[in-house]
Design a protein. Structure first.
Length: 598
């Protein structure tokens, strides 16, 4: 049967567009709050009923919409954020498509009320159109959305329970609040205030907001970073490797203030953590990448969650190297300072301090030791079967007490030949000797490899590998990079590569699979860390076998030397497998264990 081509009714067009933009109440809140932020709002209030299914109300104190533009704001592809094609090359606002309001209005009962600063009163218009009517309203805009999907029953059936839909809205608003510390946010559900966040103007106030939204434990276990290079700027907080998650539920990444989920970004961050994260765990972070808007394309998907970088490899390498170095530079001294600073964040005034967060501070002279090392050593000198605690040799004197006590203090004893016990200013330090020595040895092997280069092992019989023409082009393009890491690859014809030499450390490895994995990584992310990771995996195994084994008795000098090496070694907080190498028990924690002072 022949059908006629015809124009669809505008309402149906809007409902089709709503299928891409409006998935659930959280989608509505996202679009409306982003409009508020684009309008220069300093305060955003979100009120929900029944998880947003019954009613959503978003109110702001932004610039407002003039009376003559109210009806136009509900028209498809009407926007104040772009005017010509060239504007798409440098979008600096969160919204720009002009689809959100008409799409939402087509699947709900929408009311838009607004007032500009130069108007004497506000004006109101409904989703059905018509002339604006006067309405009492302060400068700013209020959008009220009722009965979402009332006219699209099929979509309404796919909504979850009120609790689930509310959880999505709450999570979204928390993410938006992390993007704009300068804006106050309030969330109310069924008449109950869920949270009210004041503007956070300084770093201490920002960390208080982080603690309110993500928990104080995130602030206690994260590093603040700030780095700029090659026209890119990265700042924010990255969780310490020990503060890993079973799910990727605490990962917040913003590009020019826009919350995004990007595969390239995720890959770069995972690589930065690969040497320090326990298997199957996920890092936590709140990071902000700033770059020229012309270098990133946000016009990729209607939801605007995805972006495309003009120079993907530059962005990937910048993120990886910045985070990799930041994690490498963490030392026990800084970790101990974080623990002390947490109390400052918890007890400081909500307004914060102009001096910045205490977690940035360098350690001062610290607290005096309550007892000298010898007293603790004597306390551990009881007799036990099979020498569960190995004490320093008789007559050995503890290091003299000086104002400059090392961060991990001085050794007291060994426990079961596995753990090292030490006293520092804060209390008791426990060290897993094998795990700590494994990391120290691994970092030494890596430094040696970087200094001497990777030695190649020629294959007795060169290995041909059939690939696609694009993969062959990649191999030819990155031939020098692979050669630096000991992998020599030539191109025989349009779709055949030949491997002539491999890194000596990878003798016996599946060379063909390694090459395919490397080319896949080069194709998707523009970087080839797969080969380097394989080499480091061998070094990690070597370090494991060459480290201190259990039940080996160390002298006091050897134990103190291990403590000093931990303090000086990169990534020393975790072994090569991501397990912690040491932990601290403060005197306050010990006192609580024994109910002292109660």
């Amino acid at each position: 049967m022949k059908t006629r081509i015809q124009l669809l009714p505008s309402r149906l067009v809007n409902q089709i567009a709503a299928g891409e933009v409006v998935e659930r109440p959280a989608s509505v809140v996202k679009e409306l709050v982003e409009n508020s932020l684009d309008a220069g709002a300093t305060r955003v209030q979100v009120e929900l009923q029944q998880g947003g299914i019954k009613r959503i109300r978003v109110r702001d104190d932004g610039h407002g919409i003039a009376r003559e533009e109210l009806a136009l704001a509900l028209s498809r592809h009407a926007t104040s954020k772009i005017a010509v094609l060239e504007d798409l090359d440098g979008i600096a606002t969160l919204g720009f498509r002009g689809e959100a309001l008409p799409s939402i209005a087509s699947v709900s009962r929408l009311t838009l009320t607004s007032r500009t600063a130069d108007q004497e009163s506000g004006w109101r218009v409904t989703g059905e159109g018509g002339e604006p009517a006067p309405a009492a309203h302060p400068p700013g805009t209020t959008v009220e959305v009722q009965d979402l999907f009332y006219n699209v029953p099929a979509r309404r059936k796919f909504l979850k329970t009120e609790k689930t839909e509310f959880r999505h809205v709450e999570q979204l608003l928390r993410r938006l609040a992390l993007a704009r510390f300068d804006v106050a946010f309030t969330l109310t559900h069924n008449g109950r205030e869920v949270f009210a966040l004041r503007p956070a103007g300084d770093e201490l106030a920002q960390e208080r907001r982080l603690a309110a939204l993500l928990g104080s434990v995130f602030v206690e276990n994260s590093l603040r970073i700030e780095h700029a290079a090659a026209g890119l700027s990265l700042h924010g907080w990255v969780g310490l490797p020990a503060f890993s998650r079973s799910q990727a539920d605490m990962q917040h990444f913003y590009v020019n203030g826009r919350l995004v989920r990007d595969k390239l970004v995720g890959h770069a961050i995972r690589q930065a953590y690969q040497d320090v994260l326990y298997h199957g765990r996920h890092p936590a972070y709140v990071l902000y990448l700033e770059l020229d808007p012309r270098l990133v394309d946000v016009n990729v998907h209607p939801t605007k969650h995805e972006v495309r970088f003009r120079d993907a490899r530059l962005v990937h390498d910048f993120l990886f190297r910045t985070l990799h170095q930041a994690l490498a530079e963490v030392r026990p001294e800084e970790l101990l300072n974080k623990k002390r600073a947490a109390a400052v964040i918890e007890t400081s005034p909500a307004s914060g301090s102009a001096a910045g967060p205490a977690v940035q501070a360098r350690p001062g002279p610290g607290l005096p030791l309550r007892e000298p090392p010898a007293a603790y050593a004597a306390a551990l000198s009881w007799q036990e079967p099979q020498e569960a605690v190995a004490r320093p040799e008789e007559g050995a004197e503890p290091p003299p007490e000086t104002p400059d006590i090392p961060p991990l203090g001085y050794a007291l004893a060994q426990l079961h030949g596995i753990y090292l016990l030490a006293q520092n200013r804060q209390g008791l330090v426990l060290v897993d000797m094998h795990a700590a020595h494994e990391r120290i040895t691994y970092e030494q092997l890596k430094r040696g490899l970087e200094a001497q280069g990777v030695r190649s092992q020629p294959l007795l019989v060169p290995l041909p590998v059939k690939v696609g023409s694009m993969e062959a082009d990649l191999a030819q393009q990155h031939r020098d990079f692979m050669a630096e890491l000991g992998l020599e690859v030539d191109r025989l014809d349009a779709e055949t590569l030949v491997v002539r030499a491999i890194p000596a450390l990878l003798e016996g490895a599946d060379v063909e699979q390694l090459l395919r994995d490397l080319l896949a990584e080069l194709s998707e992310y523009g970087t080839g860390e797969r080969l380097r990771a394989a080499i480091h995996s061998v070094l990690a195994t070597m370090a494991c076998h060459g480290s201190v084994r259990a039940n080996r008795r160390l002298t006091r000098e050897e134990m103190n030397a291990l403590l000093r090496d931990i303090e000086a070694t990169e990534r020393s907080g975790q072994c090569n497998h991501g397990r912690p190498t040491w932990t601290q028990l403060d005197l306050e924690e010990l006192d609580r264990l024994f109910l002292r002072g109660r």
